[in-house]
Design a protein around this ligand. Structure first.
Ligand SMILES: [Zn+2]
Length: 117
């Protein structure tokens, strides 16, 4: 064997799997995805083909309700962006915007995106 016939530096076994090169989607993007296949509901995560913002996020996360709930918990201390609202009902801000202010899920996604989420 000559030096020019050395093994290639990259073999199929060392290439990354496709799943390793994809990036996770943001919560705002997950909500937008969920909006494509569900209509909005209020007071429920999911109800007969309808979802609130958190439910839409779960749909966008591939049906992973736990991941959406974890994000809901993370945003529990966020201030409500509606001027003059003191959000004294102790809701996490996303369900609060969905249920109390009746923001569209797309508007909630816009707001999350403005925060880089
Ligand atoms: Zn509010």
């Amino acid at each position: 064997m000559t030096p020019s016939s050395a093994a290639p530096t990259t073999t199929p076994e060392t290439r990354p799997a496709l799943a390793e090169v994809t990036s996770p989607i943001k919560p705002s993007e997950a909500i937008r995805l969920g909006c494509l296949t569900t209509v909005q509901t209020f007071g429920y995560y999911r109800d007969d083909g309808a979802t609130c913002a958190i439910g839409a996020m779960a749909v966008g996360f591939g049906g992973n309700m736990g991941k959406a709930w974890a994000f809901e918990d993370l945003t529990e201390d966020f201030d409500c962006p509606v001027a003059g609202c003191d959000n004294d009902d102790c809701d996490s801000v996303i369900p609060h915007l969905n249920d109390s202010h009746r923001w569209s899920r797309e508007r909630i996604a816009d707001w999350l995106e403005s925060l880089g989420l």
